[in-house]
Design a binder for this molecule. Structure first.
Ligand code: ZN
Ligand code: ZN
Length: 410
């Protein structure tokens, strides 16, 4: 029992679907040509999985927490901290993070543009630097640029609360005064208001904005926080499961989930999380990572992107590309690996958004019982020997298949 097997968790984002009318009431998975995904189903054990609970529509963030074995109802504290971790800011338990927009305001704090003329890097990098490291009383301010006009704000200090309202008005009106929404939140809302005021002072005559003005561009003269969330008190994954672990993901939010859970995040070049992501490079990176780690989670976003677009034929094409990924894994995985194929939620093409349907799941290892499932799809997996499980059941099952589970009793 000393050396358990390695575990490779492949999350094909938004892969599951419903019966699609234009596909003769079959699902995209049922229509796609995918011999390698089917090989895993034929040689593994399958089932379906309610990633959060039956009928609950997961976000990609809450679903990944559940797949890693954390109860999202306990540890999901809002998007703020996971977005912050996505750009590399991982706070301590109790630190409060916000998603922010660089915006344009007039001198009376009326919002003229919520995206500051679609500002992006490197301007936002410099402006974030100008705000980073500010102190508000004994509260430390950390600011990082994110994609396009976005940034994240983290407040570090004692007795902070995420129960504060947004300063971002979400419309072209006056900047809102952040208000406490719970007891003990006044200190935090006052810090948010002070930060917003000072962000205007620092940014309004910043050289970047003077240059933008001379080029006829809108200044990014304020940073507007929203969506406060507190960094959860989470037992790091490697400690919890006694496994070294990495996450390979192109999407910032998924990287954030991995980082908050204590996984090392690998960012192979060319892996963007969009449709242009180099799936092969990513798969090779994940397999290479598996050489030195016990556990690797790999998220592939393309299937969710095409599902949101609502075009069944493009989703089928994406599945056939995912099959190429499965071919590489089948060929190159280290001997004795436990491979789990799943989606983090269904994104039915006709709905164009996430649904609460269960997702297909296959767990393969050399000595899996072959349960007669011949195809990796929603219908075939539903007849598999794993039955119907919840996302939080997955890690214990994988640990058992990897000969890593502790015995209960004598
Ligand atoms: Zn997702
Ligand atoms: Zn989605």
């Amino acid at each position: 029992m000393e050396h358990g097997k390695k575990i490779l968790m492949i999350v094909m984002d938004g892969l599951g679907d419903r019966a699609v009318k234009s596909l003769d009431y079959r699902t995209p998975l049922q229509c796609a040509r995918k011999p390698n995904l089917d090989w895993f189903a034929s040689n593994g054990t399958s089932g379906i999985m309610d990633v959060i609970a039956p009928g609950i529509r997961p976000g990609s963030d809450t679903s990944h927490l559940a797949l890693l074995g954390y109860d999202p109802y306990k540890v999901y504290t809002g998007r703020g901290p996971f977005e912050a971790a996505g750009v590399g800011l991982v706070g301590k338990a109790g630190d409060v993070a916000f998603r922010c927009n660089f915006a344009t305001v007039d001198s009376r704090f009326n919002v003229l543009d919520r995206r500051a003329g679609r500002i992006k890097e490197p301007d936002t990098t410099e402006l974030a630097k100008a705000l980073d490291g500010m102190n508000i009383g004994d509260i430390k301010v950390v600011v990082r640029e994110a994609t396009e006009h976005r940034a994240v704000l983290m407040l570090q200090g004692r007795d902070l609360s995420p129960r504060v309202s947004d300063a971002d008005p979400h419309a072209l009106t006056t900047v809102q005064t952040s208000r406490p929404l719970g007891p003990d939140a006044a200190r935090t809302s006052e810090a948010v208001n002070e930060f917003v005021r000072r962000s205007y002072e620092v940014l309004n005559d910043h050289p970047v904005n003077e240059r933008r003005a001379s080029e006829g561009l809108l200044p990014a003269n304020i940073l507007l926080p929203r969506g406060a969330g507190v960094f959860p008190d989470i037992q790091p994954f490697p400690e919890r499961y006694e496994m070294s672990a990495s996450g390979v993901a192109g999407v910032s939010l998924i990287r954030g989930i991995c980082r908050v859970c204590g996984l090392e995040v690998i960012e192979p070049p060319g892996c963007t999380g969009g449709m242009d992501t180099d799936m092969e490079a990513k798969t090779c990176a994940a397999l290479k990572e598996l050489d030195r780690k016990d556990f690797v989670l790999m998220n592939v976003k393309a299937s969710d992107v095409t599902s949101h677009d609502g075009d069944p034929s493009r989703k089928i094409e994406t599945i056939e590309r995912l099959d190429g990924m499965a071919r590489i894994i089948r060929k190159d995985m280290p001997e004795g690996t436990v491979v789990a194929l799943m989606a983090d939620h269904c994104t039915p093409v006709e709905l164009g958004d996430h649904s609460g349907d269960p997702v297909p799941l296959t767990i393969y290892t050399e000595n899996s019982i072959k349960d007669g499932t011949m195809s990796y799809d929603e219908v075939s997996c539903a007849r598999g020997a794993l039955g119907r499980i919840r996302g939080m059941d997955l890690m214990p099952i994988l640990l058992d298949k990897a000969d890593r589970a502790e015995k209960f009793g004598a």
